[in-house]
Design a protein around this ligand. Structure first.
Ligand code: ASP
Length: 226
């Protein structure tokens, strides 16, 4: 699992990649930011850090549901893998969760957490934990989180690109739309972004068939879309 969190006031960030048996990798990324003296820890070293700070670990089976759980259990016991789960393209394409937020003091932050792409090669890391690609936050610009095909997103640093467009004067909504157009033109790939700026203006755009999203401002009712 991979995760990245970034604080738009201080530009502090914390990231983990290729960590296993961690139920909330975004919380581990936060601890990397606040307690490690580093910004990015991966694999064995990230897990050593988790254990050193007594960060809760879980079982692999706690992180799987449905066909993926069945396939994992079958593989462990040597049974044939259930038909649906054996297909490399079975089920939803991604499980990435992104969040952007603004607090009462006008500070913004972004966070992205993912299991990566389905049936990925061991050791593969996508865009999500890469600063500027999977997320970026700067109080002077915007806080952005991205999802989609990581190998393409990292080529254009999609989240930073949204921030830079806000810096050029676009609204978060305009910047998300423009960045997604550029992303599609330059990579031909799929993805989506969400953003908020320090005034609380939000934006989102995607070129996938769906990207469930929701936002709330103050005590206004939550708005959502797919
Ligand atoms: N961006 C993630 C990755 O490539 C996957 C996703 O967002 O669905 O690892």
């Amino acid at each position: 699992m991979d995760a990245l969190i970034m604080d738009g006031q201080s530009l502090s960030l914390g990231a983990v990649a290729a960590v296993q048996r961690v139920r909330n990798p975004i919380s581990l990324a936060r601890r990397v930011m606040t307690d490690s003296g580093h910004a990015f820890l991966v694999g064995y070293g990230a897990e050593l850090f988790a254990d050193a700070i007594r960060f809760p670990r879980c079982e692999v089976t706690d992180l799987l549901v449905g066909e993926d759980l069945e396939a994992y259990l079958a593989r462990q016991s040597g049974e044939p893998i259930p038909a649906g789960a054996a297909s490399p393209i079975a089920g939803p394409k991604g499980d990435t969760v992104g969040a952007v937020a603004l607090d009462w003091h006008g500070n913004i932050a972004a966070a992205t957490s993912t299991g990566g792409t389905r049936k990925k090669q061991p050791g593969r890391v996508g865009d999500s934990p890469l600063v500027g690609a999977g997320a970026y936050a700067d109080n002077r610009l915007a806080a952005v989180s991205a999802t989609g095909y990581g190998e393409a997103i990292m080529k254009v640093l999609l989240s930073k690109q949204v921030c830079d467009l806000v810096g050029l004067g676009l609204s978060p909504q305009g910047a998300c739309e423009a960045a997604m157009r550029l992303f599609e033109e330059r990579t031909g790939s799929d993805g989506g972004v969400i953003a908020v700026d320090a005034r609380g203006d939000v934006g989102y755009a995607y070129n996938t068939t769906a990207m469930p999203h929701a936002w709330a401002r103050g005590t206004d009712p939550v708005q959502s879309g797919r």
